[in-house]
Every structure is written in C-alpha cells, then in structure tokens.
Design a protein around this ligand. Structure first.
Ligand SMILES: NC(=O)c1ccc[n+]([C@@H]2O[C@H](COP(=O)([O-])OP(=O)(O)OC[C@H]3O[C@@H](n4cnc5c(N)ncnc54)[C@H](OP(=O)(O)O)[C@@H]3O)[C@@H](O)[C@H]2O)c1
Length: 266
C-alpha cells in the first residue's frame, strides 16, 4: 500500500508532527521510519500507523524529514536516486537549512516545504511556520497545511524570516519554562508549596497567553488592565523593568535567531 504521509526521523519533533498528522489526516495514511527502528515501532504502535524503511518512505506523496540538520546531507544523498524516481513533496523541519538547499541536496527539481514547528505541536497547541520553493503547487500546499492542522497554528512566513520565527516560536518554550520556574520559585519563597506553585505558574502563563490570543488585545493593554493605580502588580512590573526583563528577552530572541541561521552553515 502506498502511504500519503511518510516520516523519516521520528524523534522529538518528527514524532510530534507525525502525531498531529495522524490526528488530522488519519493514521492509515501515515508511515514512519527511524534510524533506530524501535523508536518508530513504539510510536507507530501508539498511533496505530505503519512502520517502514527510509526507502519505503520515499514512495509517499509527502515526505517529512525529521533528522537533525547535520544529518540531512548524508540522508538525502543516500536517498537521491529514489527521490528522483518517486518525486515526493519534501517537508523539511531542519533548522537553518533553506528550501533551496534541501532541494539541491535531494538532486533538484523537487517541491519542498520548509516548516518550523515548536514542541507544543505535540499537544496540538503549537505553531508551524512554513515557506516553500517555487515547485510546490497550491494544491499540495493546501493539503499539507490541512494535514498539519492538528499541530496548532499553521502559517506561512517568508523564508528570510524563518530564523527569527524559529527563535520566537521554537526557542521560546524554553524561555517560558525558565519564566514559569522563576515564578514558582518566587511563590515558594513566599510560602506556597512547590507543586502548587508550579501548577499555578503554568496555568497563569497559559491563561495570559490564551487571553491575548482570544481577545486579539495588545499585551501592553492587557498588562495595563491588571495594573491598578497604586496596586501590587505595577510594583512587580517596576521591579522587572529595573532588572531589564524586556531587554533580556529581546536579546534572547535576537541571539537565538542568529544561532539558528548559523546551524545551516555548519
Ligand atoms: N526540537 C525542537 O524544538 C525543534 C524545533 C524545530 C525544528 N526542529 C528540527 O527538527 C529536527 C529533529 O530534531 P529533534 O529535536 O526531533 O531531534 P531528535 O529527537 O534527535 O530526532 C532526530 C531523529 O532522526 C533520526 N535519524 C537520524 N538519522 C536518520 C536516518 N539517516 N534515517 C532515519 N532516521 C534518522 C534519529 O534516530 P535515532 O533514534 O537513531 O537517534 C532521531 O530519532 C531537526 O532538524 C531540528 O532542527 C526541532
């Protein structure tokens, strides 16, 4: 049987996107392959989808590439004859590698979508930014966007902005984890038990984000609405400003964007 969606590399991110595609497009359409086959087998058993080899995956209409950027050249070189024979649409999630580089490594003349997902795609609350080469047809783009709907927000972004997008969406879960941990540490210092502090911190962060998304309100306006005159929140805001909180976050995004761009050049 020919599968519609193939995955080569079912680690953290490949596995998370495969989960979402199974949810949206149906497990019967999905084939998984991984260097350590047991990893693909375990995931396939959870998702009720098929397992195969890299070579079999090249026969799928859409081929997701979930290997590390450093491993991409060797993988595509090895599969080049089969890719040129079957002409799948390549979907690369490798940080720092352009759609043109992926196409060239695969031997040229292949449609490519480059995606940049983040870890919350695993629970359907992520962001997938994507760009494409000129060979990707509108129909293929539409089918892929639809298949990835289970990831969360799926949105086009110009390729020259992908490294910045990667820093904003791909790296910020880690930044936010630091923030939540720090919130909880502060609460523990004020006497709240650790487990409760961590749970409340995560819920407060998720709630603030959901409020911004659902009301489409500028975060500055949401912040102003919480800061009553003479109240406690504005004192906390003053403390964060005194410690250059916003400047630190901006620097983190800019540094991560630069590092993401450098990955593809290694
Ligand atoms: N993690 C993130 O937040 C994130 C965000 C955006 C994009 N990405 C991108 O997603 C890609 C994967 O990252 P990751 O964090 O998911 O890494 P990972 O967990 O190490 O997954 C990579 C997987 O690829 C498999 N693999 C390596 N070479 C292979 C080959 N020749 N054939 C078949 N499978 C092979 C590995 O198999 P083994 O089990 O044998 O190691 C592993 O399961 C990277 O390109 C990264 O830039 C990651």
């Amino acid at each position: 049987m020919k599968y519609r969606f193939g995955f080569i590399g079912t680690g953290n991110m490949g596995g998370a996107v495969a989960k979402a595609v199974c949810r949206t497009a149906g497990s019967a359409q999905v084939l998984l392959s991984n260097r350590t086959p047991e990893k693909a087998q375990t995931l396939a058993a959870q998702l009720d989808c098929a397992v195969g080899t890299n070579e079999q995956a090249t026969t799928c209409r859409y081929l997701f590439l979930g290997v590390k950027p450093q491993g991409m050249a060797a993988l595509l070189e090895e599969l080049r004859p089969l890719l040129q024979q079957h002409k799948p649409v390549l979907v690369s999630m490798a940080a720092g590698l352009t759609a043109a580089q992926i196409e060239e490594l695969a031997g040229g003349n292949l449609p490519v979508m480059r995606i940049m997902p983040n870890t919350p795609v695993g629970i359907g609350c992520g962001v997938v930014m994507y760009c494409k080469n000129a060979l990707l047809s509108p129909a293929d783009e539409q089918e892929l966007v639809q298949a990835m709907r289970g990831c969360g927000i799926v949105d086009p972004l110009e390729e020259h902005l992908m490294d910045a997008g990667s820093a904003l969406c791909g790296c910020s879960p880690a930044f936010t984890d630091l923030y939540m941990e720090a919130l909880a540490d502060g609460a523990v210092a004020c006497g709240i038990p650790r487990a409760k502090a961590l749970r409340y911190a995560a819920a407060a962060v998720a709630g603030a984000a959901q409020l911004a998304l659902e009301t489409s309100t500028h975060p500055g306006a949401l912040k102003d609405a919480v800061c009553s005159p003479g109240g406690s929140t504005i004192q906390g805001v003053r403390t964060l400003e005194n410690h250059a909180f916003r400047g630190a976050v901006m620097e983190a995004v800019i540094t991560a964007a630069g590092a993401s761009g450098a990955l593809g050049k290694k």
